[in-house]
Design a binder for this molecule. Structure first.
Ligand code: MG
Length: 279
């Protein structure tokens, strides 16, 4: 090929590459802005640009630097007999009590908004599972030997509850949504990856409020254990990556008001320091 024609070919190729890179620049800027916002905003939201519209999605931190967006927030109620009794409720035997919080209820322990902030809430410390993979509807059967394989990480959370409102709604036979699902109703620690360093069947945890231990529990005290919960939920809904499961609270629930300091820690299970927070 004559040298002049070969040079023109290279120039054309370079011009084509250059215009391709210029086309990518707006996307790159959006990505970098998104990463900056994720670092700055207290709720750790993701910002998904779509035709100039931003969507902020709640997410949780995983120890080691990763993060997972939150999808459904499933909650198991009355899963520790002593807690069911302390509120005068029947102890479930056949089926768990289950309810949902909106994912927008999620907040880190240390900062963030809370709705109904002049009210006195009830604290409920719970072990929280982060689902890491898709489990199709009916995908976990009684024969499944390893139902917990879909759990990516484990954290501690406070299922913050407007107890007075819940009592009122229960009496009226209405859903508990306004008592359980509101901004700040799901306070979450960072999550420990299920990397084989601990046994999900041997986890205990504790909550202190203003320096005093208020609640402690071991997963052995659960009426419906973790494998049962995973099979149960997947029997009527697929489990999705990013789903959270609040696994129930032990006895000792009590008041928590704006400004109260609290500490959540694993006693057995993930080897992590206590998580400090303030309402
Ligand atoms: Mg609860």
């Amino acid at each position: 090929m004559p040298r002049a024609r070969a040079g023109r070919g290279r120039r054309d190729a370079l011009q084509e590459q250059s215009s391709h890179v210029r086309g990518l620049l707006p996307c790159l800027r959006t990505h970098m802005l998104s990463a900056t916002l994720r670092r700055r905003l207290p709720l750790h939201p993701s910002r998904c640009g779509k035709r100039g519209v931003s969507t902020l999605l709640p997410s949780v931190d995983i120890v080691g630097g990763e993060r997972s967006e939150v999808r459904n927030v499933w909650c198991i109620g009355r899963n520790y007999a002593a807690h069911a009794r302390e509120l005068g409720n029947a102890v479930p035997t056949e089926e768990p009590v289950i309810f949902l919080k909106a994912s927008s209820s999620c907040r880190p322990l240390s900062a963030g908004p809370i709705a109904f902030e002049s009210e006195t809430f009830h604290h409920e410390i719970e072990m929280v599972l982060l689902v890491g993979e898709h489990v199709p509807l009916g995908g976990l059967t009684a024969e499944d030997r390893n139902p917990t394989a879909c759990v990516r990480a484990v954290g501690l959370g406070l299922d913050l509850t407007r107890r007075g409102k819940q009592t009122e709604l229960k009496k009226a036979g209405l859903p508990w949504t306004l008592a359980k699902s509101f901004a700040g109703a799901a306070l979450l620690s960072p999550f420990a990856p299920c990397d084989g360093s601990f046994d999900l069947a041997d986890v205990s945890f504790e909550l202190s409020v203003n320096g005093q231990v208020k609640q402690s529990g071991h997963v052995e005290q659960m009426i419906f254990d973790v494998p049962f919960q995973l099979r149960y939920i997947s029997s009527f809904a697929p489990l999705l990556p990013g789903d959270l499961i609040f696994t129930g609270t032990p006895a000792g629930v009590g008041p928590l008001t704006r400004g109260d300091e609290f500490s959540l820690r694993f006693l057995r299970g993930p080897q992590l320091p206590a998580f400090e927070g303030v309402l």
